[in-house]
Design a binder for this molecule. Structure first.
Ligand code: SAH
Length: 345
């Protein structure tokens, strides 16, 4: 079985040619899928005979099944649990901002990174998501909310740079003019800091925003929180980030989850500002969303605001991220873990 959403426009054209169909059928199909048809059998203006021969050839429409859709009245966040064709589950979050809706997409089922504060790490990595499965999270979210989604961040479950080929194709699919036509500047990819891929990403997608999860300026602390730091320590990550912004002229976002008593002392903030001073960057401070398994607690919001002021005083841009969807298990991977029953909710 082949997911039709894994194919880009030129590949769909080849498929149409092999079926002795005119290539504009590929454009119609692609447009139909990205403009909200729930599955390809309901794409309008394509003859049913053609759709049937696609089914016969083994293509399926790959539609995600909605298992849960938790909506927060308070801030307009949707937290969606989707079921894939092989019964694995993934999470997608739709957030409401002043500039419109933004969707947070998962890139893998589970994750290999093993960050000790993150729910997605529990159970390790199961598999990569395909380009179509990532695109479908955006398409299905538009259908669920009934609204246009103009921004996309890859900050859900998984490490996108551990699934680079599929990620790249997904970004291009979303950018395709005939489909969603999303501007690269409205897309953000977040990485735990896989150094060689940062360079490659800067070359391949200079217009897509890059976020790097830092969480500490100190190697001992970062290694404890993020095992990947053993392989790519703080210094290497920062050098890669500097090269990236020199080449692309783009401002990097550093994510910093504030964990009570772990990375939130005055000294931690001093070291962070020393590390980032003079760089073209922005720090996103996020009070940790506690995951029961880890035992960590989040820093108070008022203290987080103080840290932001402190960093700004050093000339390092910083903001405290709005915590969206907290009461609906908003942190990455929490819903899936809860569904599987290994987290007592
Ligand atoms: N693997 C990628 C992207 C997914 S996680 C990465 O590491 O960047 C997206 C962001 O959420 C990362 O900064 C991650 O560290 C953070 N995060 C994970 N669990 C969290 C939690 N419980 N509270 C706050 N932030 C969390």
């Amino acid at each position: 079985m082949m997911n039709i959403k894994d194919y880009d426009l030129s590949e769909l054209k080849e498929i149409m040619v092999s079926l002795k169909e005119p290539s504009y059928r590929a454009v119609q199909l692609f447009e139909g899928l990205y403009k909200g048809a729930p599955d390809f059998m309901s794409v309008k203006n394509i003859p049913k005979t053609l759709l049937n021969s696609l089914l016969e050839k083994g293509f399926h429409e790959g539609t995600l099944e909605v298992l849960r859709d938790q909506y927060s009245e308070k801030d307009g966040t949707h937290k969606i649990l989707f079921r894939l064709k092989d019964a694995e589950t993934i999470e997608t979050v739709v957030m409401k901002y002043k500039y419109g809706l933004s969707v947070c997409v998962s890139s893998q089922v589970g994750c290999l990174m093993g960050c000790t504060f993150c729910a997605s790490a529990i159970g390790g990595k199961v598999r990569n998501l395909s380009p179509g499965e990532m695109a479908d999270q955006v398409i299905s979210s538009e259908r669920i909310t009934g609204e246009r989604i103009g921004h996309m961040v890859v900050m859900g479950m998984g490490e996108p740079f551990d699934n680079y080929e599929n990620l790249s194709k997904f970004l291009r699919l979303l950018h395709e003019e005939k489909g969603k036509n999303m501007s690269y500047r409205n897309m953000t990819v977040s990485t735990a800091g896989i150094v060689p891929m940062i360079k490659r990403f800067g070359e391949d997608f200079p217009q897509v925003n890059l976020a790097i999860s830092l969480h500490s300026a100190k190697d001992e602390v970062r290694t404890m929180l993020m095992p990947i730091n053993k392989r790519y320590p703080v210094g290497e990550v920062i050098n890669a980030a500097k090269d990236y912004s020199e080449k692309t002229k783009r401002r990097i976002t550093f994510e910093y989850a504030l964990i009570k008593g772990v990375n939130d002392s005055q000294k931690d903030m001093e070291e962070l500002s020393r590390l980032l001073k003079g760089m073209l960057c922005h720090v996103n401070l996020i009070p940790l969303n506690p995951v029961k398994e880890s035992g960590y607690k989040g820093t108070e919001r008022s203290e987080a605001e103080n840290f932001a002021l402190f960093l700004k005083g050093f000339g390092v841009e910083a903001t405290v991220r709005r915590q969206l969807g907290k009461e609906i298990d908003g942190a990455c991977g929490q819903l899936r873990v809860a569904e599987k029953g290994s987290l007592s909710v």
